[in-house]
Ligand binder design. Structure first.
Ligand code: EPU
Length: 339
């Protein structure tokens, strides 16, 4: 099937913030061959790769050829008694993929249920939730270089994963299109991780003491639904900011001034401070500024009440950043890609 390139294409339905912005040109590709053809035929065009559109804020029209990665399919590529290696194409919806693994009784992804977006973008920011990150089950991913259209396999080590970080946000930024990802999952002796407080409480509420993969997934879904707005109802991109990481020596001074500040030790020398707490303490939780605002149940999430422009959302985020810097002396960084 030949894909048509469309001009002046609205991206409103292709970003979970629901922001109206136009692509100069747009095409959706359903196979790697199609993707190669599009790249070859449009060598000189500026290109912009679009996955699930769940981690970006569009503040302007995109003066480029937007290529939407719509590659579908998943398969078991290897297995033994204990483990299975599953390859999933980039365009599969992440949550549907997670539910499929749970239906097969494959363990490892259950804590990351209901995260919006597509499989191909999960390595880019090493998505994570409730004590688990993609890097814990990631084996490798296949990517196509934009320039030479060569396929390259990135191993886990080569991805340089960190907290919401990877090579694809740094050295390899804008140079590769991830086309599929391989995960290693457990077939038995699942490593159920319910240590995160919210999960412990949710399971206790339902009197579950030895949860199955499905029960962990259901607990995560219930927690996320109670705190995080559904992008179909209220445009958003999940956490707008990263939780800031501070040197313990710097944090000690701030903590003296704000002894009630929450924090988690993450290494010998560093602590992570929940940005949601800082934003709530600064009085932003549930506050609305015109068409955009801060979510009432989770201060880390900025929402579009319907007709917000990307600029309006950006203004809210800048206001938050400045206020937090002035009040606590802490710089918080956007997690979302600002386009
Ligand atoms: N908090 C507040 N007020 C708020 C929100 C949070 O005081 O409005 C406090 C909570 O009381 C808690 C702490 O902040 O003590 C942490 O809150 P929570 O467990 O809700 O997690 P988070 O740090 O706000 C991170 C991820 C989420 C992920 C959750 C659960 C980042 C940037 N965000 O949020 O990921 O679902 O942990 O693991 O790391 C996302 O990246 O889009 C995302 C939703």
């Amino acid at each position: 099937m030949k894909q048509e390139i469309q001009n002046n294409f609205s991206l409103k339905n292709y970003n979970t913030f629901g922001i109206e912005a136009k692509a100069k040109q747009f095409v959706a590709v359903q196979s790697v061959d199609e993707l190669k053809t599009i790249l070859e035929q449009n060598k000189l065009e500026q290109k912009f790769i679009l996955g699930g559109g769940s981690n970006m804020l569009l503040t302007k029209d995109i003066e480029a050829l937007v290529i939407h990665i719509d590659l579908k399919g998943k398969k078991i590529i290897s297995e033994n008694e204990d483990f299975v290696w599953v390859e999933c194409k980039a365009g599969e919806n992440w949550h549907e993929f997670v539910l499929w693994t749970i239906d097969q009784d494959f363990g490892g992804l259950e804590n990351m249920s209901l995260i919006p977006g597509n499989v191909g973008t999960t390595p880019v920011q090493n998505i994570g939730a409730y004590g688990t990150e993609i890097k814990d089950t990631f084996v490798s991913c296949e990517a196509l270089s934009l320039e030479e259209q060569e396929t390259k396999t990135f191993t886990k080590e080569e991805c340089h994963f960190g907290y919401r970080e990877s090579i694809f946000k740094n050295e390899a930024k804008d140079r590769y299109i991830i086309t599929s990802v391989v995960f290693i999952l457990t077939k038995r002796n699942h490593k159920i991780n319910t240590s995160y407080g919210d999960i412990t409480n949710e399971l206790a509420k339902n009197n579950i003491s030895t949860p199955s993969l499905k029960e962990v997934s259901n607990a995560v879904i219930a927690i996320r639904k109670s705190k995080l707005p559904d992008p179909k109802e209220l445009g958003n991109s999940g956490s707008f900011f990263k939780n800031p990481i501070l040197l313990k020596s710097d944090f000690a001074k701030i903590h003296q001034q704000f002894p009630e500040m929450k924090y988690y030790d993450i290494s010998e020398t560093e602590v992570k401070v929940p940005a949601g707490w800082l934003i709530e303490q600064a009085g932003f939780k549930g506050k609305r500024f015109g068409n955009a605002g801060v979510h009432e149940n989770q201060a880390l999430v900025i929402v579009n009440y319907g007709n917000a422009t990307g600029q309006e959302v950006l203004d809210v985020s800048k206001n938050i950043q400045e206020t937090i810097l002035n009040k606590f002396g802490i710089q918080i960084e956007a997690e979302v890609n600002i386009i």
